[in-house]
Design a protein around this ligand. Structure first.
Ligand SMILES: Cc1ncc(COP(=O)(O)O)c(C=O)c1O
Length: 394
């Protein structure tokens, strides 16, 4: 099992969205701490499996056979003590696809979908491009920690929301919702007959004492009201292999979702997808423990570095995910300033706040799923520019 997470792998010229996607005008020397995939190699057993599969040489059509379902079931049982029926599991290549299909087929144009903001853009976009109405309930930042504003959420649900799209754990704030919070959300969904879609793609990265709970495991009633989107894509860094497991305990919802996939012409996973999932879910537990420790150390490193060198930037301590949300408003409220300093001058690409909602200028999100040396160099460059802006401005 490879555990050399310090290894820096050059991702340029691999069609990487994160690295090759940086516009040429910023030069080739930019460090990317943006798009949420990791710069850490997948487990060696997984690489070996993909190599073996590639060597077969016939990449014909595939189907889903029982070992796939057993691998998914055993993963949730082993990791989360959540027993799911085989029938509940529906393969869909990507979570954003699944959410889009649900929006298209479960509700009508103009219907309301509630999202807590700041929020991961492709999901909010899926609501808008499908001409449904995005209803935002901003999270409250209290003593450096984000919380759901339940009064606001309920007030908005009262106006006829059809779907609540929960991100659990939450990207970008890193909140791991407690059981109590999830109960509260669940009760509101039951009270107002709102379909609860929970995007749990970051569930396998939980720090310290925090624990992840799947809404579908809370009660039978809530399971029947929810669709839970899960995937090994983030966990084992295999996003482009395209395999997500959509857990749908409610039979009516399940057949509707399956029908929507057929209508969209989505079937058969790629040749690599199922072997990747089976290997990841059955043979990579040690690797996952290692990578989680590495990310936790990256979080501590970032906190320490910022305390010393970037004192005006307030970090939101992530309880989960490999992302960190930073409040830079005391440095500048203006995103154009931050873009100039961080991207153009420091040559570090991060995810800038406005892509998570209009109100989030002055925030940035960093991806900590990267070797420490790259993270350190990225932070060092930002700190250098930070010092020079302070000398000019103050
Ligand atoms: C919260 C969240 N949901 C979904 C996705 C994307 O999932 P997929 O690639 O399966 O569509 C991401 C990727 O960054 C994400 O952060």
């Amino acid at each position: 099992m490879n555990t050399n997470f310090d290894e820096v792998v050059d991702r340029l010229h691999t069609n990487s969205a994160k690295w090759d996607g940086i516009p040429d005008e910023y030069g080739k020397n930019v460090i990317a701490l943006s798009v949420a995939d990791m710069d850490l190699r997948a487990p060696q057993v997984l690489v070996d499996k993909m190599t073996e599969v590639a060597q077969h040489g016939i990449y014909g059509y595939t189907e889903l056979f029982p070992p796939y379902y057993a691998a998914v079931q055993s993963w949730f049982q082993r990791m989360y003590d959540w027993k799911i029926d085989r029938e509940w599991i529906v393969f869909c290549p990507r979570i954003v696809q699944a959410v889009s299909l649900i929006i298209q087929h479960f509700i009508d144009e103009g219907d309301k979908v509630l999202v807590h903001t700041p929020s991961y853009m492709p999901i909010t976009n899926a609501i808008k491009v499908n001409r449904r109405k995005l209803v935002e309930s901003p999270l409250l930042l209290k003593n450096g920690r984000y919380e759901i504003d339940f009064e606001d959420t309920e007030a908005k649900m009262r106006t006829g929301v059809k779907i609540l799209l929960l991100c659990s754990p939450h990207n970008p704030t890193g909140r791991v919702w407690t059981k109590e919070e999830l109960w509260h959300i669940g009760e509101l969904c039951l009270k107002y007959n709102v379909l609860l879609i929970s995007d749990d793609i970051h569930a396998d990265f939980i720090h310290g004492k925090h624990r992840h709970t799947f809404v579908g495991s809370l009660s039978e009633q809530l399971a029947q009201q929810s669709i839970i989107c899960t995937s090994p894509g983030k966990t084992f860094n295999l996003a482009s292999l395209e395999i997500a497991n959509i857990i749908i305990p409610n039979e009516k919802y399940r057949s509707k979702f399956k029908e929507s996939m057929i209508q969209a012409g989505i079937h058969n996973p790629t040749f690599f997808a199922v072997p990747a999932l089976e290997t990841a879910y059955t043979s990579c537990d040690d690797w996952l423990i290692g990578v989680k420790d590495y990310i936790s150390d990256n979080v501590s490193f970032t906190k320490e570095f910022c305390r010393e060198h970037l004192p005006k930037i307030k970090l939101i301590d992530p309880e989960g995910t490999y992302l960190i949300w930073m409040d830079c408003r005391d440095w500048s409220m203006n995103e154009a300033d931050l873009k100039q300093w961080i991207l153009e001058e420091a040559k570090v690409n991060v995810s800038f706040g406005s892509s998570f909602g209009k109100k989030y200028e002055g925030f940035i999100r960093l991806n900590l799923g990267t070797p420490r040396a790259l993270l350190h160099e990225g932070l060092r460059r930002i700190a250098q520019v930070y010092r020079s802006t302070k000398t000019i401005k103050i």
